[in-house]
Design a protein around this ligand. Structure first.
Ligand code: FEO
Length: 597
């Protein structure tokens, strides 16, 4: 097969392999690709699996038409590509091996020979000139072993990508599902752990003009390559490819399975765009791993077994965590007849994982579904589908809770009315212009600080860090500076403008001068220039979300009926919260209260 005028395919198809790499079923077989570049010098790119020595050597000699190869380029030493190195070197005694230093060490380990007097050692940036073709070598460690190099032929603009962009399936059968499905299962099975290294390779590839990709498995890719590159970028950055929910379950007597089927129905009914289900004991495990990475939400349903989870579930979760599973929402359904443990164990297995969100609702089944566990399934389905229902609704809606999803930082604005210092917590500070830089600070007109800034035209913004405790919010947020002296007895430092800079719990401050004022009804906006700005620490900025999650004390709502203030946790006990109610602690209005559930 001709790839370009000078590049030929000489690989083989394997329909005998029972398990590729000892663990992957390959119903469409497997291809071990190899290529010949014909120029003044002839290079062969990689060998093939051990069972195909003569078929491969025949393919080479047919293409060479009486010529002899000068080089064997070994990009990857895994035996599916390197098993015929000795056979090649014996057949073509004048040829040299071109490979990385690590590959030669492995050659000695695998095949007892590192060809000391017949080798060319190459590294990142090295070139091999074949005549008009120039091979440029790019180090690609851990894609998929440490010795891997990939090769860019800058003449024909071909990237020989080693295992990268590979796919399960022989090349002599058409894959009815196209490239993506088996390429994805291959990627997450074989290279999935090494997302960072694949990202590094993609960055290097972005600087090359690539027209054709010649991988070591699967079809040669040509034409518009953007789809393949985009898929690899998505997979290796651990981003979800599709919006949807994958449910992986184990079930001994069918009761957990029934719950999963019920949940799948609920999810579909509530607008989830794609629901996929796998029985981990019976379905293909690598396919389940692939689906877990494909979708953005995962439900794990397992029976409790030996005070643990069912073994297939443990194995599945370990497959995910060892591949750095992240950036997903994970929910749990457990079944247990006397001491249910599965949910706790499953969550525990993700202990070392990062960037996972665990669903609040956990479904607890005691042997079989009952009214209580069915209600829990419904609640979990509601939680997982909340966004889908909102997006599917055709009517225009204004849900003010959407405002909480704007990312806010939290700040202490310090001022001085001429007699005493004042401080106020705000979440309304933004840089709104560059050149000249302008900072907007919004302050509720009911606050004394608004009055002071209007009078004086200056203020300091102290950027709170995540180290700030709740007492800081009480000190500056829950009392008025008109009646309280918020800095009484405190040792303070001041910036050039004479205003206080908080001595602790901030990561930066800015001294601002008011240039413009915007009246926004409830709030006044001060548009300011910067007179002084300093970074104090590397601690992260306190956000409203962080405050809600980690700083604000959890209100003791158990056994109480009524409403709780989302700002400070104050509890209003009563059936109806008056519209004009003001929180006695933090002075926020009824809009900042929510019913106790
Ligand atoms: Fe296709 Fe990593 O070997």
């Amino acid at each position: 097969m001709e790839i370009t005028k000078d590049i030929r395919y000489v690989g083989v198809d394997d329909h005998q392999v029972d398990l590729f790499e000892g663990q992957y079923v390959v119903p469409l077989g497997m291809a071990y690709n190899s290529y010949v570049i014909l120029d003044e010098k002839v290079a062969v790119m990689d060998t093939v699996e051990a069972h195909f020595t003569h078929e491969w050597l025949d393919n080479i000699t047919n293409v060479l038409d009486g010529r002899m190869p000068d080089y064997l380029v070994v990009q990857h030493m895994e035996p599916d590509h390197s098993s015929n190195i000795n056979a090649f070197m014996k057949t073509f005694p004048q040829a040299q091996i071109v490979s990385s230093v690590k590959a030669f060490a492995m050659m000695k380990q695998f095949y007892g020979n590192d060809f000391e007097d017949r080798r060319v050692v190459v590294k990142e940036g090295d070139q091999l000139v074949l005549g008009s073709h120039v091979l440029n070598f790019v180090a690609a460690p851990m894609v998929h072993w440490p010795e891997v190099i990939v090769t860019y032929d800058s003449t024909d603009k071909v990237l020989f990508s080693a295992d990268g962009f590979g796919k399960f399936g022989a090349n002599d059968v058409e894959d009815p599902e196209g490239w993506d499905c088996e390429a994805r299962r291959y990627y997450f099975g074989i290279v999935g752990k090494y997302g960072v290294q694949v990202q590094n390779l993609l960055k290097k590839a972005a600087g090359l003009d690539i027209r054709t990709i010649c991988p070591l498995h699967g079809p040669v890719l040509s034409g518009d390559l953007s789809h393949y590159l985009k898929q690899y970028d998505t997979w290796s950055s651990y981003a979800a490819e599709d919006e949807g929910i994958f449910i992986a379950y184990t079930s001994v007597y069918g009761n957990t399975k029934k719950a999963v089927e019920k949940l799948a129905e609920l999810l579909k009914a509530k607008g989830c765009p794609k629901v996929s289900v796998a029985d981990l004991a019976r379905d293909d495990m690598p396919e389940a791993v692939e689906d877990a990475f494909r979708y953005n939400k995962l439900v794990l349903a397992s029976t409790t077994y030996n005070a643990d989870v069912f073994p297939f579930m443990r194995t599945f979760i370990e497959h995910l965590t060892e591949r750095a599973y992240q950036n997903r929402t994970v929910a749990f359904v457990e079944n247990g007849s006397w001491a249910p443990m599965a949910a706790k164990v499953m969550k525990g297995l993700f202990e070392g994982s990062k960037n996972l969100t665990f669903a609040e609702n956990v479904v607890h089944i005691k042997s079989a579904l009952d009214e209580k566990s069915e209600a829990e399934l419904e609640a979990l389905a509601d939680e997982l589908c909340a966004g889908y229902e909102a997006l599917a609704k055709p009517v225009k809606e204004t849900d003010m809770k959407a405002l909480f999803n704007i990312g806010y930082g939290l700040y202490v604005v310090t001022t001085n009315d001429g007699k005493k210092d004042n401080g106020l917590i705000v979440n309304t500070v933004s840089q709104i212009a560059d050149n000249p830089t302008r900072i907007a600070v919004g302050i509720n007109k009911a606050n004394y600080s608004h009055h002071i800034v209007q009078q004086t035209g200056k203020l300091n913004v102290n950027c709170l860090s995540v180290e700030a405790p709740f007492s800081v919010f009480k000190q500056y947020g829950f009392q008025s500076g008109r009646t309280a002296d918020k800095f009484a007895g405190m040792e303070v430092t001041r910036s050039e403008n004479g205003l206080i800079v908080l001595p602790r719990y901030i990561n930066a401050y800015m001294s601002l001068k008011v240039e413009k004022y915007l009246d926004m009804e409830s709030h006044g906006y001060f548009i300011c220039s910067i007179e002084e700005a300093k970074v104090i620490s590397k601690a992260e900025t306190m956000t409203y979300t962080y405050y809600q999650k980690n700083v604000k004390p959890k209100p003791q709502t158990e056994g109480k009926k009524g409403y709780v203030c989302k700002i400070c946790g104050y509890i209003y006990e009563g059936d109806v919260l008056p519209d004009d109610f003001i929180c006695p602690l933090c002075k926020h209005g009824a809009a900042d209260f929510e019913p106790i559930k």
